[in-house]
Design a protein around this ligand. Structure first.
Ligand code: PEP
Ligand code: MG
Length: 585
């Protein structure tokens, strides 16, 4: 009998194939006391486990094909290798073994629990999901320790992945590490289904960049699905269908063909300008998280990068990055983009403990309203100044813009502009080149800033609307809290009014305004945003062509009139009707 399982669709596309259930047996971790005489042997056993884990990861890295889409995978594996070198994982457990006289697995568990707590308390959703990295790395070492066999290939999980022919299979697992994902993709896997993880998990990010359909968070999938069972994965809706009959199969084969045809049509839009039916040219930019994401931006031929989230540079380490590290990653992006503009956002980290690998002070009770983003940078100049210097130095190599997140008060703009002026002088004194006219812009993500956007527009060179946060703050809904997610409504009249106000303020001051929240990449909202006057969109590269299609053939003149009517409407039913009209225009 047909039945369906539901998760979160994180990489669209349909896959029809047989399941491969990955039953990884995580060893039970128990604590036992180690006699004084063999404490150093236990330390040696732990260090050997680390060495073997590194060898596994290096071996997997060598199997990554040298394609642009695989660059993400290499970056994630490198990040895991770095974690295995980092004192928080490589040294702290050694101290724990010696002090507590406990076994290596237990020491690793104590340290893992500590690090996961630190990540869980983080404000930024992307960084919060990076606790998965800790788990993946720790589990790898624990499995190696559990086999107690120096031949690392005897790690059953690793051996299984290396040996199995996974071609044409749909992988169903509890969770997948970036290394697993790479190994499998290399073997021609059709789709991924995991029981855990969210849209920002590694499986999700990698599946998207590899173009493989994926559903995450499909709880208990392995309890309901058999091994080698025919299933259909719908990576857009987040559905897994099983108990298939011929009728369902026919239907989905048809949908699959349709989707491929549509993708081929979309591909034809690559490199074509985004111009509305009435001749308005729209700028389409991309959001990136890792320098390696820049390859995907080039692939879809975006106008440039509208948001480079630099937080990843601060992850998985005990010290913030220095000027040269910042610079190296910016130069990588500049080189990949070959002359297209790049908007580098200064650090948008949460409470200050996040930058020092979790050894800092307590987290604020309400981190989303606490010391995050520009507030934190202005408080900790030793962290901020190297980034400012690096952005300025990068601007000598290509068209760079600097963007400040989470502005709430105009004084923050003045402080930043003063610091930029000081940094320029410092670079001049050091004889280093930079763009004297580096544009400095700000993100409008706080309702009060949107209301007073004209103030910000007077002193900044551009504005970018961060709707992910703007919606969270204006509707008082934690964007990562499942309990209130249903209230997260980009179409709320209050939200749309704030967006329109910001666009108007920017245009009145003669500066560009873009929108870089998730809303920009959702083609359902494209025409509404055009109607509100938006002329620059920045989004995940995978959404860019669909948005371009929605732009082509639209009529901005007509859309503006309807949008004006929409925001004058006080009747809920009429509001919904007007929204429908906009979508059809
Ligand atoms: C936003 O808030 O819309 C945004 C783009 O920034 P982030 O998602 O990184 O907070
Ligand atoms: Mg934001």
């Amino acid at each position: 009998m047909p039945f369906s399982l539901h998760g979160i669709g994180v990489s669209r596309g349909y896959a029809i194939g047989r399941t491969y259930l990955l039953q990884r047996n995580q060893p039970e971790i128990t604590e036992y006391t180690i006699p004084d005489s063999i404490i150093e042997d236990e330390v040696g056993r732990f260090l050997n486990g680390l060495t073997q884990a590194r060898r596994q990861l290096r071996e997997i890295r060598e199997r990554v094909p040298t394609t642009a889409s695989a660059e993400d995978a290499t970056a994630f594996i490198n990040a895991h290798l770095l974690m295995l070198e980092d004192a928080t994982l490589a040294e702290a457990p050694v101290d724990l073994i010696r002090v507590h006289k406990c076994n290596a697995e237990w020491a690793l568990k104590i340290q893992r629990d500590f690090l996961v707590r630190v990540f869980e308390e983080m404000d930024d959703p992307y960084l919060r999901t990076r606790k998965d990295d800790v788990d993946h790395v720790v589990r790898r070492v624990q499995r190696i320790l559990a086999t107690d066999d120096p031949a690392y290939l005897n790690d059953p999980d690793y051996a299984e992945l290396i040996a199995n022919r996974l071609e044409g299979r749909i992988i169903v697992a509890d969770d997948l590490t970036p290394a697993d994902t790479v190994l499998m993709q290399h073997q021609g896997v059709l789709a991924f289904v995991t029981e855990y993880g969210g849209p920002l998990s590694h499986t999700a990010i990698l599946a998207r960049s590899l173009g493989i359909p994926a559903v995450v968070g499909a709880r208990n999938a392995r309890a309901y699905l058999g091994n080698d069972e025919p299933v259909i994965v719908d990576g857009r809706q987040g559905v897994i269908l099983a108990g298939l009959d011929e009728r369902i199969l026919r239907y989905y084969r048809h949908k699959q063909q349709q989707e491929r045809r549509q993708q081929r049509e979309l591909d034809k839009l690559k490199g074509k300008p985004a111009i509305t039916g009435d001749g308005v040219t729209i700028g389409l930019y991309a959001n990136i998280e890792l320098p390696e994401d820049a390859a995907a931006v080039r692939e879809v031929v975006a106008d440039g990068i509208g948001l480079y989230r630099t937080e990843f540079l601060f992850m998985n380490r005990s010290e913030p990055p220095d000027e040269e590290e910042h610079l190296a990653s910016y130069l990588h992006v500049i080189k990949t983009l070959e002359g297209s503009p790049i908007t580098i956002r200064t650090s948008d980290l949460g409470a200050d403990k996040q930058v020092d690998g979790g050894r800092g002070g307590p987290v604020s009770t309400n981190p989303a309203l606490g010391l995050r983003a520009i507030r934190m940078c202005l408080k900790d100049l030793s962290m901020f100044r190297p980034q400012l210097r690096a952005i300025l130095r990068a601007s000598a190599h290509g068209p760079v813009r600097m963007m400040i997140p989470m502005l709430s008060a105009i004084q923050e703009v003045f402080q930043v502009l003063r610091l930029v002026a000081e940094t320029k002088q410092e670079l001049r004194d050091r004889g280093l080149a930079f763009d004297e006219r580096l544009p400095v812009g700000g993100m409008i993500e706080i309702p009060a800033a949107a209301v007073c956007a004209d103030q910000f527009a007077r002193y900044l060179d551009f504005l970018s609307i961060g709707t992910n946060d703007l919606i969270q703050y204006s509707l008082a809904i934690d964007r990562v809290d499942d309990e209130v997610n249903y209230l997260y409504d980009p179409l709320h009249p209050g939200v749309l009014t704030l967006i329109r106000n910001t666009i108007r303020a920017g245009h009145k001051a003669g500066i560009p305004v873009s929108l870089c929240g998730e809303m920009a990449g959702d083609p359902r909202y494209t025409r509404l945003l055009l109607g509100l006057g938006l002329t620059e969109f920045s989004m995940h590269p995978s959404n860019l062509l669909e948005v371009k299609r929605a732009i082509q053939g639209s009529d901005v003149g007509a859309l503006s009139k309807i949008a004006r009517r929409l925001l004058r409407t006080t009747d809920a039913e009429q509001y919904a009707e007007t929204l429908k009209t906009i979508a059809q225009n």
